[in-house]
Design a protein around this ligand. Structure first.
Ligand code: COA
Ligand code: AMP
Length: 626
């Protein structure tokens, strides 16, 4: 463990030297002389005297270095059959002109811009254009319904919304404009500037909405805008994620730490360098898409593939292999869910034989636990290392990984390997005492977190402190549990809070419960995450009806499913509803979610001594066949 151990030790003991070294991978306007600012511990800042521009680092500097003709972004749409390659010079031109569009509509440095776009190049262009003028983007995943979009609009208070006429899902189109209009109405922000990319497949026409601007028309007459200089500590984006309550948390990322960490990660974690073709099969609406579809590969001067489609059904389980073959992808990063979906549809990987995937060197997986069966299957059929790594929206890049560029280590099924330099990971019990090798506990990261991690929650320092910093003094609470084995490998087992992970997407059970409980027939409810063979987990609702209510259970289920789709979005995949006579609770009224989950998953279940009425647990076990 020479190179890894040296890097890990230096990052832990002398972070200034380590991170100022890494900062040399970034082009600064004013190069920082200090790395860590600990004046306001436990809230830290990185590179306090550095100034730069993020879009300059992603685009201009590669063009200035003579690499303008190198492909920057390949858009491949399995939904339309279209494909388009942007060179660095072309992408820079579009970004600089769209930055001009935003400036002309009055967006200034520090203003927020909501980006609600499907997987089309305009999503990356809009993000980079915001970065160019110092505006703070907040991308909202296209599968979220109007109330979720509205919640983000209310919190971020944007001066503009950038959207498209719609998204393409297998067998249907999703019209975005009515969703945007409804969200603006709900947020009492109807006068916000809206720019619409009209997709030929979904003619939506901005003109139908008084005053909304057409992307193409605006771009045609726009003036290119140069990058503005921002402080390293200025916010680059806000990305909302689920917490334990229904209200999403606005994770804030800075400019400088983000550029340094992501640049370092491309070579050291992923072994990807300028000119390599890199594909992250996720969505720009998630952190994986922010970091590894848009920013990191462009910082590195690599070619990023942006894929609009699914792993299966668009048109078949060979979709991923086609993209690797056509674009000579060197490394693919996706969620285990996608691999499980491919395996289910094509267990013998017969589709793989139709393609030449010899360019592929590594398959990276994150977003949820990589189960050993999927790890083994993918490694066997592809014949390349399958590398799990663990991270979160909050951290923005990997906490634990097998560092393929720095020093590859033996892979172990079920473990994402070791802490990445900068992340000092500890596993502790409920009192904060470190546990021994192999013993499960709360996974913490010692403060300060390295560059590139969250600087706070938008407009809510108290929630930032209470969610992450207060539980264990001097540590960041990841919310995950797990253990370290005798070799120091970390194993992540799952969340210790009410967050569930559906196909690598994070939801709070509280937000489902708020919707379910609003149904007039429902007296009380619990929504828990249960095991799903493909998606890892799926939400499952248990409802107690109000006294005297007589409603057919299928009708109730359909109504609740519709409500969740309308309030949260289709991507929540809420389909299971079970009517129960009572919910098992503690004497203080807390629902026994863990016991319920164990019963629903047909595991051996535990009943805490604080149970209010053990017969309710027994009845539930009998009803669910546990
Ligand atoms: N916009 C609008 N709707 C969307 C959407 C988007 N961007 N993405 C998904 N949806 C909708 C789907 O149309 C579907 O709606 P339906 O219930 O009307 O059919 C619903 O949300 C669930 O979609 P999806 O999650 O794609 O599930 P699926 O069962 O259709 O497909 C998989 C299963 C495994 C193929 C799919 O979940 C997948 O590709 N997962 C990988 C996820 C991923 O990349 N995660 C990375 C996070 S790092
Ligand atoms: P998100 O913020 O949506 O990226 O979700 C982060 C959560 O997903 C983490 O807190 C984990 O619970 C889970 N997760 C992400 N990657 C992994 C992984 N490689 N192994 C296990 N769990 C993971």
């Amino acid at each position: 463990m020479g190179r890894y151990q040296d890097a890990f030790t230096q990052a832990a003991e002398d972070p200034d030297t380590f991170w100022l070294g890494a900062a040399r991978g970034v082009d600064w306007v004013h190069e920082p002389t200090r790395a860590l600012d600990d004046h306001h511990a436990p809230i830290y800042r990185w590179f306090p005297d550095g100034t730069l521009n993020t879009s300059y680092n992603a685009l201009d500097r590669h063009v200035a270095a003579g690499n303008g003709d190198r492909p920057a972004l390949i858009w491949d749409s399995a939904m339309t059959g279209a494909s388009r390659t942007y060179t660095y010079a072309e992408l820079l031109d579009e970004v600089a002109r769209f930055a001009g569009v935003l400036s002309a509509t009055g967006v200034a440095s520090g203003d927020r811009v909501i980006i609600y776009l499907p997987m089309i190049p305009e999503a990356a262009i809009a993000m980079l254009a915001c970065a160019r003028i110092g505006a703070v983007h907040s991308v909202v995943f296209g599968g979220f319904a109007a109330p979720e979009l509205a919640a983000r609009i209310i919190d971020a208070d944007p001066v503009a919304v950038v959207t498209a006429s719609g998204g393409l899902e297998p067998g249907r189109t999703v019209d975005y404009l009515p969703i945007v209009a409804a969200a603006l109405e709900l947020a009492d922000a109807a006068s916000t500037t809206v720019v619409v990319k009209d997709r030929p497949e979904i003619p939506g026409a901005a003109a139908d909405h008084g005053g909304w601007l057409d992307w193409d028309e605006q771009l045609a007459t726009a003036t290119s805008t140069p990058p503005v200089t921002v402080a390293a500590t200025d916010p680059l984006y806000i990305l909302y994620t689920s917490g334990t309550t229904g209200k999403p948390k606005g994770v804030v990322r800075d400019n400088g730490g983000h550029a340094v960490a992501l640049t370092w990660s491309m070579s050291n974690v992923y072994d990807i360098h300028a000119g390599d073709v890199w594909w992250t099969a996720s969505d720009v609406g998630w952190v994986v898409g922010h970091s590894y579809i848009v920013y990191a590969p462009l910082f590195a001067g690599a070619t990023t593939v942006m894929y609009e489609g699914k792993p299966v059904g668009t048109p078949d389980a060979g979709a991923f292999w086609r993209v690797i073959d056509e674009h000579h992808v060197k490394a693919l990063f996706t969620a285990p869910t996608a691999i499980r979906a491919i395996r289910k549809a094509d267990p013998d990987a017969t589709e793989l034989r139709r393609y030449d995937v010899s360019s592929l060197r590594t398959l990276f997986a994150a977003g949820e636990r990589l189960d050993p069966e999927t790890f083994t299957w993918a490694g066997t059929v592809l014949g390349v290392p399958v590398v799990d790594h663990w991270w979160q929206t909050e951290t923005g890049w990997a906490i634990v990984a097998n560092l393929r560029g720095l020093e590859p280590m033996p892979l172990k099924a079920g473990s994402p390997t070791v802490p990445v330099p900068g992340f000092v990971v500890e596993v502790v019990d409920a009192d904060g005492t470190p546990v021994g090798a192999g013993d499960e506990g709360n996974i913490l990261v010692r403060l300060p977190l390295p560059p590139g991690t969250l600087t706070g929650l938008w407009n809510d320092e108290d929630r930032f402190r209470s969610s992450y910093l207060r539980a264990f003094d001097g540590y960041y609470l990841t919310g995950d549990t797990g253990y370290r084995d005798r070799d120091g490998y970390v194993v992540v087992l799952g969340r210790s809070d009410d967050v569930i992970n559906v196909a690598g997407h994070r939801f709070s059970t509280g937000s489902f419960e708020a919707v379910v409980a609003s149904h007039p027939a429902v007296a009380e409810c619990a929504v828990i995450g249960i095991h799903d063979d493909i998606k890892g987990q799926r939400p499952s609702g248990y409802v107690v009806l109000k006294a005297g209510v007589d409603i057919d259970s299928d009708v109730l289920r359909d109504e609740l499913v519709t409500r969740v789709r309308d309030e949260i979005g289709s991507v929540a995949t809420f389909r299971d509803v079970t009517v129960v006579p009572a919910l098992p609770k503690t004497r203080s009224g807390k629902i026994l979610r863990k016991t319920m989950r164990q019963i629903a998953d047909h595991e051996e279940y535990t009943v805490p001594s604080t149970v209010e009425d053990a017969t309710v647990v027994e009845a539930l076990a009998q009803q669910l066949g546990g």
